[in-house]
Structures are given as structure tokens and as C-alpha cells.
Design a protein around this ligand. Structure first.
Ligand code: PLP
Length: 404
């Protein structure tokens, strides 16, 4: 988490196979994303290996990556999709048909629920009251029903915004809430339990979490058909302990006689996308050298500000490591639209092409047009060399969301 290490950075550009960004992407209109089909396949193979060896099922959490033009590339390796609500459930049903559609939402809406039943086959509720309100209808419609539990076990530091086990969290049912509200009738509705507590973590954190789950909900689990381990498993990152993950999956399946689901977002599309941008201006304020780019952290890399973190950048190093350190900024009027400080072998110049790594996840599906910024186009890199335009955007994409 946080700043990228040398290994991370190398991995983020492995898909380029040693070719320079100028050579590969020099002709593209920027800013634009490039989705790397070969890296999606590589991730898919790792995930499918886990599923095959353990018998678990793995879903794509669409909130991280929902570029459905690339679903045909990744879907052969997966068992289906996971959705955060109606629209993602519909997208999964439409674009990864014939596969499972799971949905979890902190609270479902009455006016959307009937339609949701058309798309989802697994519906996970967040609270006993939501289960009570919608669970009977969902069961009658033949759905597999789950409840999200909160194991009250935080395994991450520093990113409180991503910790669903923080005190006072709305996400998941604690054992105390369960004991207060779950009647026999409600418990009888359940086919499975779901927890999602990790974020970019290794399987040691999963192991710790599973112990907490066993301690708090061990008496319930033998009655369940499935247990969904949620997302946040950084399975496709180099160095991730897959052996331990598989041990966790097997031991849960054997101990409670159920099927394990995983629903990673990041891990499905890790390192499988780039964001290409150009330098528009270079300036200096006191000691600080600044480059203004035609891409924005606020609009095109929202997690850079939200998490926050500094994205990997091709050919650049930590500030001060190479002779020329520059602060890269977006062109918007937000003072904090800063991507980060990087060092380069040569001074940056107007017109230089920059390539950010690991930009397939939590970007395109989170973009906005703040300041009237254009949405970056989307290209697919097929077979390591062939570029295909997936989508381009224009003025109307900004305007149409704001009025007639
Ligand atoms: C965010 C989320 C995921 C995916 O998380 P990643 O960190 O992208 O793997 C899966 N399930 C649920 C319920 C989520 O909220």
C-alpha cells in the first residue's frame, strides 16, 4: 500500500514487454486508458488455478473493474460477477451471461428490488432488518440468500476509509446484532454468510480474519451452504502467499462443509491498465518544479486522493533518486489535484508522454467530469501490440448528465 516499491513498479509495466510507451502509445490521443488483455489473462490464470485446486468459486467484483468489452477475455477464468447494487447486477447478467451474479448492498431499495431479482442469483443482505424486509421475497423467487457478517477484526492499518470492521461500522452484522435480531425464521432463510474486511492484503490477514469468523459465527456455519470471503485478496500481486490462501479455503470448506466464494476486484485486473497523458506546461514555484498534465488525479485517478497513494509512473523514481524531481499535477482548479512527486533522468518538457501504471482498477468506473474535464478514451491492447479503440468521449458525455 502507499508508495509503490521498485518491484511493484516493474510489475505494473511488465505487460509492455520492454517496449517504450512512446513507441507503443505515441500516436494515441491523450489522456486515455489502455487495457492490457494479456495481463488480464495472466491474472485470470492465477485465479482459475486457485479455484481449480480448491474447488472454490471466484467472482469479479465489478466495482473495481467493469469494462465489459473485456469481460470475454476474463470470464473464461471466473465463475461470475459480484455487484454492489442494481446496475452492476444488470451489467453482470448482461455482459457475463450464463455465469453467477451475486449482489451485496448495504441497503436495498423497495422500488428496485423486483428488478434486481431478475438479474441476481445470490443476494446478500447487510442487516437482519433488510433480510426481514426482502429475504422472504427473494427466497420465494428461488434466490440463494446470504447475510454479511462483521467479524470485528481489523487487519489493516492506515486506511480507515477501507476498514469495514472499525467501531461503529455500518457494514455487516456483528454477533451482538445477530443475537439481538436474528429469529429462527430469519436464520432459516440463510444459505450463506459473507464477510468483506480486507483491502490489498495477503492471506495472513485472511487467516486472522477467518479465526475471528470461526470464533464468533462458528456455531452458525455448519448450517450454511456457502461462505463468501469477499474481496481485498491481492492474489495476483507478486509475492502473495497463494499456498496459505488455498489452505484457508480448504480448511473452511472441510470444517463447515460448505463452498467458499472469493470476489476480488483489484486482483482480477491488477496491472492490467495504463493511463497515458501529456505534459501541458512546466513551471517552478520557489524550489518546487511542477508539471501540469492533461490528466487529473481528481477526475481520472480518484483513489490517488481518496486512499491516498502515489501511482507508479513509467521511467520515474522516488523524489530525489534521479536528478530531476517534479510535482505532477492535474489541470483542474482544485489546489490538491496533485498526482505526486517523482524524479526523472531528464527534465520534463511540454509535450512529453507519461504513462501511469495499474490504472485498470478503480478508475474508469469512478471517473467524473469535474471542471468539465473530458473523460479519457479507452483502448485495448490486444496480443501485446494491437491497439483497438473501445470508447471515446466528448462534450456530450459531460453535458448530458447535467440537464436536458
Ligand atoms: C470492494 C469489494 C470487493 C472487492 O474488493 P477488492 O479490494 O477490489 O478486491 C468485493 N466485495 C465487496 C462486498 C466489496 O465491497
Amino acid at each position: 500500500m502507499g508508495s509503490f516499491g521498485v518491484k511493484e513498479s516493474r510489475k505494473a509495466f511488465e505487460g509492455l514487454g520492454g517496449s517504450s510507451p512512446d513507441k507503443l502509445f505515441g500516436e494515441l490521443p491523450t489522456p486515455c486508458y489502455i487495457l492490457d488483455e494479456a495481463m488480464l489473462r495472466r491474472n485470470g490464470e492465477i485465479l482459475a488455478g486457485v479455484a481449480k485446486r480448491t474447488g472454490c468459486r471466484i467472482l469479479l467484483a465489478q466495482k473495481a473493474f467493469s469494462n465489459y468489452d473485456l469481460y470475454p477475455v476474463i470470464s473464461p477464468y471466473l465463475d461470475g460477477t459480484e455487484a454492489s447494487g442494481l446496475y452492476e447486477a444488470r451489467l453482470g447478467a448482461e455482459e457475463m451471461p450464463e455465469k453467477e451474479v451475486h449482489v451485496f448492498c448495504a441497503a436495498y431499495r423497495e422500488e428496485e428490488f423486483e428488478e434486481l431479482l431478475r438479474y441476481a442469483d445470490h443476494i446478500v443482505f447487510n442487516s437482519p432488518s433488510q433480510l426481514d424486509r426482502f429475504g422472504f421475497r427473494a427466497k420465494k423467487a428461488g434466490k440463494s440468500i446470504g447475510l454479511r457478517i462483521n467479524p470485528e477484526c481489523s487487519t489493516q492499518e492506515g486506511h480507515a476509509i477501507y476498514d469495514p470492521c472499525a467501531p461503529g461500522s455500518r457494514l455487516g452484522t456483528t454477533r451482538a446484532q445477530w443475537d439481538g435480531k436474528m429469529t429462527l425464521e430469519l436464520t432459516g432463510l440463510l444459505d450463506g454468510l459473507h464477510f468483506h474486511t480486507l483491502c490489498e492484503q495477503d492471506s495472513d490477514a485472511l487467516e486472522t480474519t477467518l479465526n475471528a469468523v470461526a470464533e464468533r459465527f462458528g456455531d452458525i456455519l455448519p448450517r450454511m451452504k456457502w461462505l463468501n470471503f469477499g474481496g481485498g485478496h491481492h492474489i495476483t500481486r507478486p509475492g502473495y502467499d497463494i499456498v496459505r490462501l488455498e489452505r484457508c479455503i480448504r480448511s473452511a470448506q472441510e470444517r463447515w462443509n460448505l463452498r467458499v466464494y472469493l470476489e476480488p476486484g483489484e486482483a482480477c485486473a491488477l496491472y492490467a491498465g495504463y493511463l497515458a497523458a501529456h505534459v501541458l506546461d512546466v513551471l517552478q514555484n520557489g524550489e518546487t518544479k511542477i508539471a501540469v498534465l492533461n490528466t487529473s488525479a481528481a477526475c481520472h485517478m480518484p483513489d490517488v486522493l481518496e486512499m491516498p497513494y502515489r501511482p507508479s509512473l513509467y521511467g520515474a523514481k522516488e523524489p530525489g533518486e534521479l536528478p530531476f524531481t517534479v510535482r505532477l499535477c492535474g489541470p483542474t482548479c482544485l489546489a490538491g489535484d496533485v498526482i505526486g512527486d517523482y524524479s526523472f533522468a531528464a527534465p520534463l518538457r511540454e509535450g512529453d508522454l507519461l504513462l501511469f501504471g495499474d490504472m485498470a482498477i478503480y478508475t474508469m468506473c469512478k471517473n467524473n467530469t469535474f471542471n468539465g474535464m473530458a473523460l479519457p478514451g479507452i483502448f485495448a491492447l490486444r496480443n501485446g501490440t494491437k491497439l483497438q479503440c473501445v470508447k471515446s468521449f466528448g462534450y456530450m458525455d459531460f453535458k448530458q448528465r447535467l440537464g436536458q
